[in-house]
Write a new protein. Structure first.
Length: 389
């Protein structure tokens, strides 16, 4: 017993000494690239624009005693200039905190413009990355711009990502396949502020086997949007977002929740899920088609005030519930799988054809009224219910 207590005490003292070690940030300008490298300790810093002349990057260290290139900079900040290429950040292991803000019109600072790629590798640990307007004073902040790609990678640990008023000229990619992660494009705090995040090409988010939480609010994507989550119980929300290309959401095999509202998905919207899914679309549009495919689990699919050329819904095994309200399509295809399923329609307009298949099991087709369907074919429903007001 005494031996065990001594072991625990020694381990605790070792951890305590490790926590007291100062972190060092290595910063260098190499062939026009700004290269920032952290160590194994928790690195914490703010990167923002320098003086009003532009072309400078300013560092502010977040923890007293931390160093840059093994020196404590004056007033915990330092300036770097001559950056004409990429900015490369690798924070290493440890619980790191990185904040990258644009300029401020109250401090006469130019917007922060990255001349090439911005590539961030957060490494292992529970890390935090916040980019864009400062939440403490968003009405005075200027957007943050990346002239090429923005690529963010996370390692083991539960990471937090926040992007506000970020302008990416090309691709925006976030990959973090380990841990339970949170990624958010916050809804604007001030209604008149310009806080939307824009992407010139593809916006890709790939998460892994943890319980991930993704919120995409007021984004403008000029090509494709891809969101992929794997195992775990995941949450994906999208609001007031416009996609010019196509949208794909791949849900994993956990208990997943998807909600898209006031969402222009572009040409097509595809949603696939292999676990138990709760999928809701409200005021969603796609010019060509919307397709939803689920496999196992008791799934719930709700479509409200949405429109597209073709809506196709296919559910697999399980007792599934599909509800479609106040929506319009040229073609409607619904295929329910094994299990006791329910399909309910209300105020649905189908200008050409609706093919509704209950599949195996005891299935119900519920007409809640107000539907205007040019040609309807109903197959394999054991119960037909019609409500007349």
């Amino acid at each position: 017993m005494f031996h065990n207590r001594m072991e625990k005490r020694l381990r605790f003292e070792s951890l305590e000494k490790k926590q007291l070690l100062a972190a060092d940030l290595t910063v260098a300008v190499i062939d026009g690239d700004l290269v920032i490298t952290g160590d194994a300790e928790p690195n914490s810093f703010v990167l923002r624009s320098g003086v009003a002349d532009g072309g400078q990057f300013k560092f502010e260290l977040g923890i007293a005693g931390d160093t840059i290139n093994n020196e404590v900079p004056d007033a915990f900040n330092t300036l770097y200039s001559g950056i004409t290429g990429n900015v490369l950040i690798n924070t290493g292991s440890g619980d790191d905190s990185v904040r990258i803000f644009g300029g401020s019109n109250t401090d006469d600072l130019d917007p922060l413009i990255f001349p090439g790629d911005l590539r961030i590798d957060l490494g292992d640990g529970d890390d935090e990355l916040a980019m864009g307007s400062s939440l403490s004073n968003p009405d005075s902040q200027l957007p943050l711009s990346i002239s090429d790609d923005l690529i963010v990678e996370g390692g083991t640990g539960d990471d937090y990502f926040e992007f506000t008023a970020v302008r990416v000229a090309d691709d925006f990619t976030v990959v973090d396949t380990q841990g339970s992660n949170t990624l958010t494009l916050p809804f604007p705090i001030y209604q008149d502020s310009d806080e939307s995040t824009s992407v010139g090409d593809d916006f890709t988010i790939v998460m892994g086997s943890g319980n991930d939480d993704i919120s995409i609010n007021r984004a403008i994507v000029n090509d494709n949007l891809l969101v992929s989550v794997d195992g775990g119980d995941d949450i994906v929300n999208g609001l007031l977002t416009t996609v010019s290309g196509s949208t794909l959401v791949s849900l994993g095999n956990g208990n997943d929740f998807l909600s898209l509202s006031l969402f222009d998905a572009g040409r097509t919207l595809s949603v696939v899920g292999s676990g138990t899914n709760d999928i809701g679309l409200g005021e969603v549009t796609a010019t060509s088609f919307i397709t939803i495919v689920t496999t196992n689990g008791n799934d719930v699919v709700g479509i409200d005030a949405s429109s597209t050329g073709i809506l196709s819904i296919s559910t697999g095994d399980g007792n599934d519930e599909v509800e479609i309200f106040d929506s319009a399509f040229e073609l409607l295809f619904v295929k329910l799988g094994k299990g006791d399923d329910v399909l309910a329609l209300e105020e649905v307009v189908v200008s050409k054809l609706a093919l509704l298949n209950g599949g195996q099991g005891y299935d119900s087709l519920v007409d809640l009224g107000g539907n205007d369907i040019n040609l309807e074919l109903d197959l394999a429903f054991e119960m037909l219910e019609e409500f007349v007001v």
